[in-house]
Design a protein around this ligand. Structure first.
Ligand code: IMP
Length: 421
């Protein structure tokens, strides 16, 4: 029995989908606790590539139940598309997908607002309506799955929500208005389709935990995009950090037995915001090309840079990470020299803690430690001992600096290209 949280330890896109897919094999339940269709988990199984945005990647394993928790914001269109895609691949989700009745819905106006606001704000969001949906949630004007049950009230809420947003579109953005009747009809239809999956997931998960089941609690995005602990305001609007697992699922902190941090062997970031180790040269270009660093959700090229251990140590601290899965180590094959950032200098002085303001983070100078690269491919390695000495030394330097053990190492995109240590 175990209840482990899986968190992205950097700025997202660390390869969580593949790790969840791997760990799901030893689990009964995989439960997603925050975010929405802004996430994109790419999985390569055989010669098929799956990109999942909302449904946890555990769904690819028969017998694993997947939960979308109350902390997630659900775009009906994206969810239905994903269910249809899985079914087209012959993957049955019958009885294996449970959706919280308390999860909030993303409405068409959320997506529109997200796109319109970007023209002023320039956070570089995914445009999936995530921020605006969470705004309505915390403003106590959101529409939840449970609201779909009461048609009269749903219609009322939809009408007032759309009318209010339409007024705002007219005044502020001169944007086209939304059609109330069309939206009401769409959401009522969604209600019928989603009905078989809707559950009191907090009850379900607590029962499972108490009866000794093995649970994986899956966060989306990454700790440095956390609304509280990330590089605010260049963050997402929810809590990807491990603490978010409790509020986003209704499981108590006492249930959690461990926190697994997913760490990419270098750093990437999509969208705007500080990135101290970013490489704007041919090395960054090489990482992007070798690592195929293009967004799974938006297709945007990801910004690339050296591994930032100073930021990672902060992430290990706020998440309580006790185990690391190091991903995409093979992308570093063939470099003569590798650098890792072990601290920052600001105005000629070393910085003590990971800065909480973007103005400082934008100005810091990374302090680099140099590591010998390894020329050869890691393809033939199946055990940790098979890895070249320089590769092991890179892995062990990470462990020493952040104080958490690396237990799995990704050496290629395929499901089986993982070294278990
Ligand atoms: P939002 O989550 O769409 O509001 O975007 C806010 C910030 O989080 C932007 O910088 C996005 O690029 C980033 N972001 C959102 N989802 C992901 C993800 O799954 N991976 C990496 N970055 C993400």
């Amino acid at each position: 029995m175990s209840v482990r949280v899986i968190v992205g330890a950097q700025w997202g896109d660390e390869g969580k989908g593949k790790v969840v897919d791997l760990l799901a094999q030893q689990s009964d339940i995989v439960a997603r606790y925050q975010g929405g269709a802004n996430a994109g988990h790419t999985l390569v199984v055989g010669n098929r590539k799956y990109v999942l945005h909302l449904i946890p990647s555990g769904i690819l394993h028969d017998g694993v139940v997947c939960v979308i928790g109350n902390g997630v914001v659900i775009d009906p269109a994206a969810l239905m598309e994903e269910i249809a895609l899985l079914e087209s691949f012959g993957i049955s989700i019958e009885g294996r997908l449970k959706i919280s009745h308390k999860a909030h819905l993303i409405m068409p106006y959320h997506k529109l607002i997200d796109t319109l606001q970007e023209s002023d704000q320039k956070i570089g969001t995914t445009g999936r309506g995530i921020g605006p949906a969470y705004i309505d949630k915390y403003n106590r004007t959101g529409i939840r799955i449970v609201d779909l049950l009461d048609r009269v009230q749903l219609e009322e809420k939809l009408r007032s929500g759309i009318a209010q947003k339409n007024e705002w579109f007219r005044k502020v953005y001169d944007a086209p208005e939304l059609d109330v009747e069309k939206t009401v009809a769409e959401y009522l239809e969604f209600d019928q389709k989603i009905d078989p999956y809707v559950t009191d997931t907090a009850e379900y998960l607590n029962d499972a935990w108490r009866s000794g089941k093995t649970l994986l609690l899956e966060g989306a995005q990454g700790a440095l995009l956390d609304i509280d602990h990330g590089t605010y305001p260049f963050v997402t609007s929810s809590s990807p950090t491990s603490g978010g697992a409790c509020t986003g699922l209704g499981l108590p902190p006492t249930a959690i037995t461990g926190v697994v941090g997913i760490v990419k062997a270098y750093c990437t970031r999509v969208g705007n915001g500080p990135f101290p180790t970013e490489l704007l040269d041919e090395v960054g270009e090489r990482l992007r090309k070798e690592g195929d660093e293009f967004g799974a959700t938006t297709g945007r090229p990801r910004r690339c840079g050296w591994l930032d251990l100073f930021a990672l140590k902060y992430s290990v601290m706020i998440n309580g990470i006790d185990e690391i899965v190091l991903t995409k180590l093979d992308v570093l094959n063939g470099f003569d020299e590798l650098k890792v950032c072990t601290g920052y200098m600001l105005d000629g002085r070393p910085v003590k803690h990971f800065p909480s303001d973007c103005t400082s983070l934008d100005r810091v100078e990374p302090i680099y430690e140099s590591h010998r690269g390894w020329g050869e491919s890691l393809e033939k390695c199946s055990r940790y001992e098979d890895l070249p000495a320089a590769t092991r030394s890179y892995v062990e330097a990470i462990e020493r600096f952040v104080g958490a053990r690396v237990s799995y190492i990704g050496i290629g995109p395929g499901r089986e290209e993982v070294i278990v240590r």
